[in-house]
Design a protein around this ligand. Structure first.
Ligand code: PEP
Ligand code: MG
Length: 691
């Protein structure tokens, strides 16, 4: 937080002013995004707040003036108003509340840059190129001509009409916008799948929000025009989101403005914003202030090779859609993007969040060759993905896939999976409207075994709770579901869930003994021993074969006690997603903390090391099935730590196998030892430069 360098608020008797000092503690200074929030806040408070830096003065309600102060991290500013101490205090609280986000964003950028240092392209003629930075929203590397989407932002006039007629026009426009959304949903489902269409289903819900119509109707009743009233209502809600100090919510403003503009266009076609429909043929790097989800989803990857926005955030729907479309994207790149001349050559590095403008011939040639080399490398990786992950010194790591349904297995196998290391059975429950019966489950587990044709399969018992809630299970409300009755804890309380699942699993085991069962969220040996005794009871009652029973290491207590567990379990599988969440006390769903929730944090790595050491006492295998297994650097460090098996999303297999094949176990052990000795995840990631 920014520091108050003297008494928080003082009254200057002579000027009758309330004055306070503030030290800017935004690592990137007062750039466009925070300054827009300062301006909005001053306007919202109805306060005229003067911001003085040395000899320069600006009024907070004027964003351009604020930006012109060019405030940098560490600059001291004097804030003053002659209105009230409360308003000044409220303003200061708001600007202080932005500090953490600014610092997190800067950290995110720092991590991205470190990541890209070794992996990304570097211009050979550094002095011959302009470089801009933003936040990575979608990976990939692209070269193209800049095309700045200048918005035709019509001024919305306030033309009062009969209030009844206005309300009718408004409802008809909302209805038309809804119908348009229905079409967009269908189009998106066909093009990008159901999951991506959810974004527009959420837009439909937003449009149905009575608050939006109520506020617009209030303005109409007060004698204002219909379009103007609707816009006020949208902007009122946008401001509320921006001031909520919740990044996830703030990034939803693009969604709100998207539906707002759509309705405006139906109220009055002359208020329709220009769209990307007339983008000419070419290889464009599209630059824009921000892009709405409905614009992004219609982007044509044949024409749009990359995307750069001045504002926006990496968790926005726009970013998600760019990732799905496979278009490299960088967001929050700042105002400088708007000053890039249209048609300039741009090189964008989505992984490194770096934009290169006007490269020299040599730089351009080097970037083009780099792309070719990357494509070649990728093809080689793909060609060799069926080969085992054998290190240069002959050590073999088993690489398996995380797969939830039998029909996903053929794809996983084409990607080079040597079996399934994690089948998350909760998806059977999440995707159904009822509790799947023993018979239904048995059929699915048997189909998994058949599809795998002798390859190993590890099925995880139901892991419900936390972020995965299933309505038809009627679980009681919990204040902290991630710390509540989740995973094994739930199974031990709900025999109606545990026993049918165990019966289905042992019925499947009769078909193929390559099956293993593992239990999630284990925290104590007693829990495991109880679950194991249920397994044995079911097995005997069905006269089924003995199969391996293991546990997931997702909670620090289990990692610390691994040497004790090792006597009782047949194997360990480390869930780094949860292990990171519970070790670092970071909710894995909190976008604000996403950059900090890095599984390469040395504390997480030390717990993994402890698990391996414990397991080795009884010669028990240890796998990793959390996301860290699919991260190339993570996979190398895990291998160096002594992991036997890595289980990941099928798409990550080719790259991870190639990475492991390119190094020796000894080098990866050295890397792992270095990683354990670092201070933080950023420094662990920086080790990529030593490889
Ligand atoms: C994990 O926690 O790492 C894991 C694999 O389980 P899930 O992501 O399903 O919680
Ligand atoms: Mg987990």
């Amino acid at each position: 937080m920014g520091k108050h360098t003297e008494k928080s608020i003082i009254t200057d008797i002579q000027d009758k002013k309330y004055v306070s000092e503030w030290v800017i503690d935004y690592p990137s200074g007062l750039h466009a995004r925070p300054s827009s929030v300062w301006t909005e806040c001053a306007k919202q408070l109805g306060a005229s707040i003067q911001v003085r830096h040395q000899q320069n003065v600006a009024f907070a309600e004027n964003m351009v003036e604020l930006l012109q102060l060019g405030l940098k991290n560490g600059d001291v500013v004097i804030l003053s108003t002659d209105q009230s101490a409360e308003k000044l205090e409220a303003f200061k609280q708001m600007i202080a509340s932005l500090s953490l986000k600014e610092q997190n964003d800067a950290e995110h950028v720092r991590i991205q840059r470190k990541k890209s240092k070794k992996l990304g392209w570097k211009p050979p003629e550094l002095s011959e190129i302009a470089i801009l930075h933003g936040v990575s929203a979608s990976p990939g590397f692209a070269i193209g001509q800049s095309y700045h989407l200048t918005r035709y932002c019509p001024v919305v006039p306030d033309i009062p009409m009969d209030s009844k007629q206005s309300s009718i026009i408004l409802s008809a426009a909302i209805q038309a916008a809804k119908e348009h959304l229905q079409k967009l949903i269908k189009q998106t489902e066909n093009r990008l799948g159901k999951h991506n269409a959810e974004i527009f289903k959420a837009h439909l819900l937003l449009l149905e929000d009575v608050e939006l119509t109520n506020i617009a109707n209030q303005y109409i009743m007060d004698g204002h025009g219909v379009a103007w009233s609707w816009l006020q209502s949208i902007e009122f809600h946008v401001k509320r989101l921006l001031l909520s100090n919740n990044t996830a919510l703030a990034e939803r403003t693009a969604d709100l403005r998207d539906i707002g503009n759509s309705v405006l266009g139906y109220i009055d076609p002359s208020l329709k914003r220009n769209t990307l429909g007339d983008l000419p043929e070419g290889n464009w790097i599209l630059t824009a202030t921000d892009l709405s989800p409905s614009e992004t989803v219609l982007l044509d990857p044949d024409k749009v090779k990359g995307l750069v926005t001045i504002f926006g955030g990496p968790t926005s729907h726009t970013a998600i859609l760019a990732r799905t479309l496979g278009i490299p994207a960088i967001v929050a790149a700042g105002e400088a993007v708007a000053h890039v001349e249209n048609g300039s050559t741009m090189i964008i590095d989505g992984d490194g969040a770096t934009i290169y403008v006007n490269p020299s011939k040599t730089n351009l040639l080097s970037a083009t060759e780099w792309i070719k080399a990357q494509e070649h490398k990728h093809k080689l990786e793909e060609a060799q993905r069926q080969q085992p992950a054998k290190t240069l010194d002959g050590h073999i790591i088993k690489v398996v896939a995380n797969v939830n349904r039998p029909e996903q297995i053929p794809f996983a196998m084409t990607q080079g999976a040597e079996g399934v290391g994690l089948m998350r059975t909760e998806f059977l429950f999440l995707e159904s409207t009822h509790i799947p019966s023993e018979d239904e489950q048995a059929l699915i587990y048997q189909a998994m075994i058949e599809q795998l044709d002798g390859l190993p399969l590890t099925i995880r018992a139901l892991d419900i709770g936390g972020d995965k809630n299933v309505e038809h299970l009627h679980l009681p409300y919990e204040d902290n579901p991630f710390l509540g009755v989740r995973g094994a804890r739930l199974l031990l309380r709900r025999m109606d869930l545990l026993l049918p699942q165990l019966k289905a699993l042992y019925r499947a085991a009769k078909l193929g003994q390559q099956l293993s069962i593992m239990f999630p969220m284990i925290t104590s040996v007693t829990e495991f021993l109880t679950l194991k005794s249920y397994c044995e009871g079911v097995r005997q009652s069905l006269n089924a074969p003995v199969i391996p029973i293991g546990i997931m290491i997702e909670v620090p207590s289990a990692a610390i006690m691994a040497d004790i567990f090792a006597e009782h379990v047949d194997f360990f599988s480390i869930g780094t997603n949860d292990l990171t969440q519970y070790t670092l006390a970071i909710d894995r769903q909190n976008p604000e903390l996403a950059a900090e929730a890095d599984s390469l944090h040395p504390a997480v790595l030390r717990l993994i090391q402890k698990t391996i050491t414990g397991a080795k006492l009884y010669d028990k295998p240890v796998g990793v099935c959390g996301s860290l297994a699919g991260d190339p650097l993570g996979a190398m460090i895990l291998t160096g730590l002594g992991i036997d098996e890595l289980s990941m999303t099928p798409r990550d297999i080719a790259t991870v196998k190639a990475e492991l094949r390119a190094h020796s176990l000894i080098d990866m052990q050295k890397l792992a030892n270095l990683a354990l000795a670092q201070d933080c995840a950023v420094d662990v990631r920086a080790l990529v430069e030593n490889i």
